[in-house]
Design a binder for this molecule. Sequence first.
Ligand code: HPA
Length: 251
Amino acid sequence: MFGIIGGTGLASLRELKVLKRELIRTPYGEPSQPLIFGTLAKHEVVFLARHGSGHTIPPHEINYRANIWALQSVGVTRIISVATVGVIDDEVKPGTICIPDQIIDYTYGRKNTYFDGAGMPVKHIDFTHPYDEPLRKVIIHSAESISKKIVSEGVYAAVQGPRLETAAEINRLEKDGANIVGMTGMPEAILAKELNLAYAAICPMVNHAAGRGQSKNAISFSSMSEASDSDVYRLMMKDVIELIQAIISKN
Ligand code: HPA
């Protein structure tokens, strides 16, 4: 069964026919909200808003371990994560979706493994390819099948937040090889891998990163917020939902 983790701009899925809501308790505490079970494109899926139902949990305070654990405990085997990002290349127009294939992790102080605590054996997980390649292919082919233009690879820089970056930090991320920057991609990806779940991300590029393109002087908050009346934002989220429906209906 597919699990969908929604981020900013996707705190709920109107297209989901809700069957039930269930608060799951895990050894790591409670997830961001009760899991929402429902049908989408006639298939059963589970939805979770990572920032909570009222968008009140900031990226560094999300209980990522509880979220991923809860999804696995109810039978989710594949996770589609929706996570908005800033785009570093100022030639790329915000409003496009990126399906990243790599991650650089700059976060700190987050609980980023299930393999710790008293009596737990040390375990090192291979993370060469952080996203599940078959699931990435499913997403890319689904986008093709509905003629949605997407960027089919990219290096995701996972930053701590909640503040945005300085222009110099973005220059550094670019030198490191990053293309997009967001605050929630880690440790979600590694935790899913530790639990043997297929995990891939759909990243709507909602703004130019700090100092780039339209964000030369500042990042406009309206471009980043769910309450945004920006057409680009609304159309992009519509694209994201159509893409998710295409993925679910054919797989
Ligand atoms: N930086 C970090 N996280 C983000 C951004 C950004 O520019 N846009 C959306 N999430």
